[in-house]
Design a protein around this ligand. Structure first.
Ligand SMILES: Cc1cc2nc3c(=O)[nH]c(=O)nc-3n(C[C@H](O)[C@H](O)[C@H](O)COP(=O)(O)OP(=O)(O)OC[C@H]3O[C@@H](n4cnc5c(N)ncnc54)[C@H](O)[C@@H]3O)c2cc1C
Ligand code: SF4
Length: 505
């Protein structure tokens, strides 16, 4: 079967959902626009909040996608709304200094700020009131103040949050304002067709546009796809690729575009992360309440890391903390005593950190944790231990130490107990949920894949509109920047469609 569209968006996450909305006015003029999304659209009752069930329903590899050397797990979602279904909703505008460091000709911070703030308004971004801040968050902020470290509150994109703390399993209360709640429904109301359970396998140039090979499947959960299971061919005048930082480069590589685009897949960054925990003597409120209200960027410039509050679920916590046996069990079986911090390392964009493809065209992420990142982790672990003790904890988990757990009585020896000798991959659980790069913006095909508006060099019908556009890491939580960049790319695509029509008239 072959279907024809004026524009096709591949993927429906932060980038694809935004692009769909920007293109949707075209439908009112009789043009056909489709979003093809690999994942399902879950029914409301399928957001159960049960950890393992939801991980299997929403994440690629149930959230355990491993890099090639198995040193890091990557979390990214496969669903109507993409990773916005599972993100926590912290909503920051990228700093001006970061965009200056990006140095992409034609990309101005002021433009990104304006677009980010437009989407912050659409998604009801605001600060939670003091009544909604639980102990886990309050203790973090108070300890930062005691230590004299710079910390601030996260703006969040919520409406009717009930503080159930399950944001990363898909909000069971429909409170988080991801693209699945805001931009995609609006695009559909305007006439965009959103086809779920539809994987795009290949893209081929065809005439002045492209031909896509897709497979529709029946996943057994969620609303049925608009199309019956099976293979089909889609023709599109304009294609917007928004499959995310792992899948967008992989799809282009398996479609054979690597030869003309030597930077394709390269300069992948990830904000490599550690989940750290500490035990208090008495229960604190932690898994009730929104999990992430504060961050500390005191060490960003000097040591290359951020600290954020977080609260993870039993399985994720257990697998993220190093150690085994009775000591590990004693730690993880008392969730009610735990305070948690997420460390994000601000990694450099390195040419050899890249997405490649395996024998069946599947993505393989070849990423090495650099010595700089390892040093940042050690320094972040020392800082977190200080913060936990200042907050009143009795013992802290420090994976780069001999026995993984340090008692309050050894507080004065943190610099010796936590050291680089113990900072080994495999010994310390590293994960990432901020996947960036692989189709970076830039000036020419020699060292980038697209221009500053997401147009792929040499392929006028193809645009990229997702986190793969980042030329370096964002240094803050990235989703608003993804939406701002997708807004620019989709606008450029819309202009192309309009100008082609004018030329044809
Ligand atoms: C657990 C978690 C928490 C996070 N928390 C925050 C936060 O609090 N704040 C923040 O700023 N950022 C956060 N992020 C990051 C943020 O969610 C991402 O940066 C953002 O969603 C990336 O947008 P994207 O469009 O590039 O990809 P995604 O949103 O991941 O969307 C890509 C979509 O493309 C689909 N797709 C892939 N391949 C194909 C194909 N071949 N055919 C069809 N469809 C395909 C996928 O199924 C997916 O739905 C978090 C991420 C995770 C995983
Ligand atoms: S804390 Fe709020 S946003 Fe997160 S899952 Fe619960 S209700 Fe949803």
């Amino acid at each position: 079967m072959t279907e024809r569209f004026d524009a096709v968006v591949i993927g429906s996450g932060a980038g694809g959902g935004t692009a769909a909305k920007v293109l949707s006015p075209l439908c009112k003029d009789g043009r056909r626009v489709a979003v093809l999304e690999w994942g399902p659209k879950l029914r409301e009752e399928e957001f159960t909040g049960r950890e393992l069930e939801m991980a299997g329903r929403l994440y690629f590899d149930s959230g355990g996608f491993l890099t090639k050397d198995k040193s890091m797990t990557l979390a990214f979602a496969k669903a109507y709304g993409g990773s916005t279904v599972v993100y926590t909703g912290t909503s920051l505008v990228i700093p001006k200094e970061t965009v200056t460091r990006w140095a992409v000709p034609g990309l101005e911070w002021e433009d990104l700020r304006r677009r980010s703030e437009k989407y912050a308004g659409e998604n009801n971004v605001h600060l939670l009131g003091p009544e909604a801040i639980n102990d886990n968050n309050r203790l973090f902020f108070d300890a930062c103040r005691t230590l004299g470290w710079r910390a601030a509150q996260f703006p969040l994109n919520l409406k009717g949050c009930k503080g159930s703390g399950m944001c990363n399993m898909g909000c069971p209360n429909a409170a988080k304002q991801g693209t699945h709640r805001v931009q995609l429904p609006e695009a559909e109301r305007n006439g965009v067709l959103v086809v779920t359970n539809c994987k795009v396998e290949r893209i081929r140039p065809r005439g002045r546009g492209a031909e896509l090979g897709v497979v529709v499947s029946s996943s057994g959960i969620g609303h049925p796809s608009l199309w019956p299971p099976g293979r089909r061919t889609i023709e599109a005048d304009t294609v917007i690729l928004s499959a995310g930082a792992v899948q967008s480069p992989a799809l282009l590589l398996r479609s054979g575009f690597g030869a003309g685009l030597p930077a394709l897949g390269r300069y992948f960054t990830a904000h490599p992360a550690l989940i750290l925990a500490a035990q208090h003597e008495n229960p604190i409120t932690n898994y009730h309440g929104h999990p992430k209200s504060y961050y500390c960027d005191h060490f960003a410039e000097t040591d290359g890391f951020l600290l954020e509050t977080c609260m993870y679920f039993p399985f994720t916590t257990a697998k993220s903390l190093s150690g085994f046996g009775a000591a590990h069990e004693a730690f993880v079986s008392r969730m009610d005593l735990l305070q948690m911090i997420l460390v994000l390392a601000l990694d450099e964009a390195e040419r050899d950190n890249r997405v490649t493809i395996g024998p069946n065209g599947e993505p393989v992420v070849d990423y090495r944790l650099s010595p700089k990142t390892m040093r940042a982790f050690v320094s972040a672990m020392r800082a977190s231990a200080r913060l936990f003790f200042a907050a009143g904890a009795r013992r802290v988990h420090a994976p780069a130490s001999a026995r993984f757990i340090i008692d309050k009585s050894a507080e004065m020896d943190l610099d010796t107990l936590i050291n680089e000798g113990y900072m080994q991959t495999g010994r310390v659980a590293v994960s990432s949920a901020h996947l960036m790069g692989g189709c970076r913006m830039g000036e020419s095909a020699a060292d980038s894949v697209t221009d500053a508006r997401g147009r792929v060099h040499g392929l006028p019908w193809l645009y990229v509109a997702d986190a793969s556009l980042f030329p370096r890491c964002s240094e803050v939580n990235p989703y608003l920047t993804v939406m701002a960049l997708a807004d620019r790319a989709a606008e450029a695509a819309r202009e192309r469609i309009a100008s082609r029509e004018r030329a044809a008239a």
